[in-house]
Every structure is written in C-alpha cells, then in structure tokens.
Design a protein around this ligand. Structure first.
Ligand code: C6P
Length: 414
C-alpha cells in the first residue's frame, strides 16, 4: 500500500515503519487497524526495550544487592520518573504502578472508599462511564451503604453540565469521571468539573484511559486528586497501568493489597507499611511492563504531541465527512470537543454484521457495547461500530475503510 500522508514535519510513512505489525496482511488484505481505543499497537522501540530488559537486566527489583537487581531496579524506577514528568506530577511517589486503569480505579474504590465512605454518602459518576468506572463504585457503595448518582448525557454525547451542578449534596464525597469517553469520543471539561467538585469539598478521580494516548495531560494543572490510565492504550505493553494521586491523600489511605514490597516490618501481631509509592505495590511488579511504558513515553516525547493531535483531528474530520455520505448512518457522540473516535450505526443493520464483514476485508474496528452498557441503554441501542484512530493511521486507510463499509452495506441491505 502506498502511504502518502504527510503533515508538516510528520512523516507518517516513517512512523508506520516503527510499528512492525502494521504491515500484516489479513485475509490477503493489508491490515487497517482502527481499534486503537481497545489497545494500540507497539513501536519497535518499546519491543526492543523489553527485549533488552530480558537479555541484559532481568532480576527482581528492590530486593537483591547484586548487579542485575540494581540494573533492573534502576530501569524500573527510571520509568516511574519518566511517567511523573510525562503527566507533570510534582512527586514520583505519586506514581503507583498498577495492572491498568481498572486496577487503579479498584484501588481507589477499595482503599479510599472503604475508609471514607459512610452510609448515606454519595459518589457521582457520569452516564458515559466505562464499566471500570462504574462497577468498582457499585461494589464499595453497596458495602458502605453509600449511593451512586449518575450525571446524565445529552443527545450530542456531552455531559449535561446543568444537571451536573444540580447533582450535588453535602453528602457527595467523590466525583469519578472519564477524561475522554471510549465510546463517544467526548472530551469532558474536567478542569472546570474538578474545580467545581473541590468547591463542594469532594475529591475527584479521572479515568484517563482514552486521554493519555492523545492529549498532553498535566495532573498538577488539572488539580485532580486521582488520575488512572493504562499502558497498553498508549503504545506500551498490556498489564501495566498507573494510578496518580496526590501524596497527602495516598498517605492517608490504607494499603489496597498486602504482601511483599508493601511492608516495613511484619510481626504476627501486626505489620507496618512501606512509604509511598511501595505501600500500594504489593508483590513483584510488572517490571518489563514499567520499562516498556517508559520506552513508550520516550517514543511519544520524540514528537511534537500538538502536531500528532492536530493530525488525529484531521483524520477524524476526514472520516466523519466521508461517513456522512452513507445512507441511513447515525452517529453517536457529536460533541464539539471530541477525540478521534467515531461510533455509528447504519439503519437496519446490526453492528456485529458490519464488523464481521469489515474484518474479512482487512479492517479492524470494534463492535458492541464497548463496556458502556448503561450508555447504550441511554441511546436505546444494542451497540455501535467504533473506529478509533491514532497518529499512525492514514487518510488512505480511511478510504479503504469507507469503500469496504460501502460494500458491506450493499451486501447486508440486499
Ligand atoms: N476500554 C475499549 O475498547 P483497562 O482494561 O483496565 O486497560 O481499561 C479499562 C478502561 C477504562 N476506562 C476507559 C475509558 C476505557 O476506555 C477502558 C478500556 C477499551 O474501549 C476496552 S473495553
């Protein structure tokens, strides 16, 4: 496939060469990977960093005084510092390694929630949350006798800000909301929402799973209390994620899990806990995951991220315009401030059938409820077809997608 797309200093051709998997053939067709919201592909710089770790550094961290353990510990802790700088956290002890966004949110719900939620207290989430930012709160609210309240979503897929302001009571203790909706692409006005929540003395957790891969996130400027994200959606391996939290809040929270690494002293009568961040990192961590995440950050830092974002917006606008030409198309998520995600349905056709035919033509999209079932209920639909783009995608791929979609529609409407 000839890829001509180029904007200013960005050569998409050379970026694509960093991602070996993008030259895969699927059923004899060139792969068009538009499922970046589910997980992104990994550049060879990340794969090589993991290979280097296993070839030359493999040992457990923080445990041995031997050479390899020191090498592994240094690489692991350097990754933490890279992440700290990447999201502009004040302190590296604010950066907790977890398995991913889901794990990060469960940590907060279980540790902060169990200590701070009392019967009658309220946790506020939005109607466009991923199940990972719903179920952990349901579990802890049920356990503590607290109430889960939902901010409604408007028809264009944006948050109902008036309803948001009316959702508060003196019992609201936590606002937990996504930065970018994985299904609608909506970029939520979180800075304003955080300031509002703080004026009501509540804490704020931001689910940043879909935001960190696209936006420059500055947790200090946002002033959020917690910010959760996953490595695998930002060009790093699976099984590694981050919980950022203000240190004074982490200090006041009990451990989430017990085990090695997270203790100072253990006696059968009782134990004392390690300082931050280790208090929240029980057991041997995902060392190669952390190193891979550090390498992904180095990779992202080698670009002007504003330029990447502008390019992704260009892809979004180009694809939206092309899709608008298709008869019977209905978009879900048309807010003004939107990331490069397009969810749609075509009248009379089940999204799964479209996804299956597109797959046979080499196009990877996601179909279904995207782990946002309450949002599907809100729009009275079973699911959508979702195309999610990142900076290694091209307009030529969008052209292939549109012609494959037109063929699929023709077959399915017969
Ligand atoms: N969304 C998607 O296709 P984990 O699985 O822990 O890495 O991320 C969970 C998660 C939490 N919040 C948001 C906003 C998300 O988008 C996701 C993951 C994927 O949309 C897989 S369901």
């Amino acid at each position: 496939m000839i890829l001509k797309t180029k904007i200013e200093s960005l050569s998409i051709d050379s970026i694509r060469k960093d991602f070996p998997i993008l030259s895969t053939m699927v059923y004899d067709k060139p792969l068009v990977y538009f499922d970046n919201g589910a997980t992104s592909q990994k550049p060879k710089q990340v794969i090589e960093a993991i290979e280097k770790y296993y070839f030359t550094q493999n040992a457990n961290v923080h445990r041995g005084a031997h050479y390899l353990s020191q090498q592994a510990t240094e690489a692991f802790e350097n990754a933490r510092i890279k992440i700290q700088h990447f999201i502009k956290a004040k302190d590296n002890t604010s950066i907790i390694f977890t398995k991913g966004t889901t794990d990060s949110i469960n940590l907060v719900a279980q540790s902060w929630g169990r200590k701070n939620l009392n019967p009658g207290d309220e946790v506020l989430i939005s109607g466009m949350e991923h199940h990972s930012n719903i179920v952990p709160w349901q579990l802890i609210c049920e356990e503590r006798g607290a109430l889960l309240k939902i901010i409604p979503v408007l028809n264009d897929g944006s948050i109902d800000l008036e309803a948001f302001k009316n959702s508060w009571s003196s019992k609201t203790k936590m606002l937990a909301i996504n930065h970018i909706s994985n299904t609608l692409g909506t970029i939520n006005p979180i800075k304003e929402m955080i300031a509002y929540a703080h004026s009501k003395n509540a804490l704020v957790l931001i689910d940043g799973a879909q935001a960190v891969p696209h936006l420059d996130v500055d947790v200090s400027d946002l002033d959020c209390d917690f910010y959760a994200f996953s490595g695998h959606k930002m060009f790093a391996p699976t099984g590694i994620g981050i919980l950022y939290a203000k240190t004074e809040i982490l200090d006041s929270m009990p451990p989430y899990q017990g085990g090695g690494e997270m203790i100072k002293e253990v006696r059968f009568e009782s134990s004392t806990y390690a300082d931050l961040p280790y208090k929240f990192e029980a057991g041997t961590p995902n060392i190669e995951g952390a190193i891979g995440l550090g390498a992904a950050i180095d990779y992202l830092n080698s670009f002007d991220r504003k330029e990447l974002l502008a390019y992704e917006n260009e892809l979004l606008n180009y694809a939206t315009h092309q899709l608008e030409q298709i008869d019977g198309i209905q978009f879900y998520g048309q807010s003004k401030n939107k990331a490069s995600v397009i969810s749609f349905l075509i009248e009379g056709i089940h999204p799964y059938d479209i996804g299956t035919l597109l797959d046979k033509m080499g196009i990877a999209v996601r179909t279904g409820h995207h782990c946002t079932q309450p949002l599907m209920d809100r729009f009275c639909i079973p699911g959508t077809v979702r195309a999610s783009f990142t900076f290694y995608n091209t307009k030529e791929e969008i052209d292939l997608f549109i012609s494959a979609l037109n063929r699929a529609v023709k077959i399915l409407k017969k």
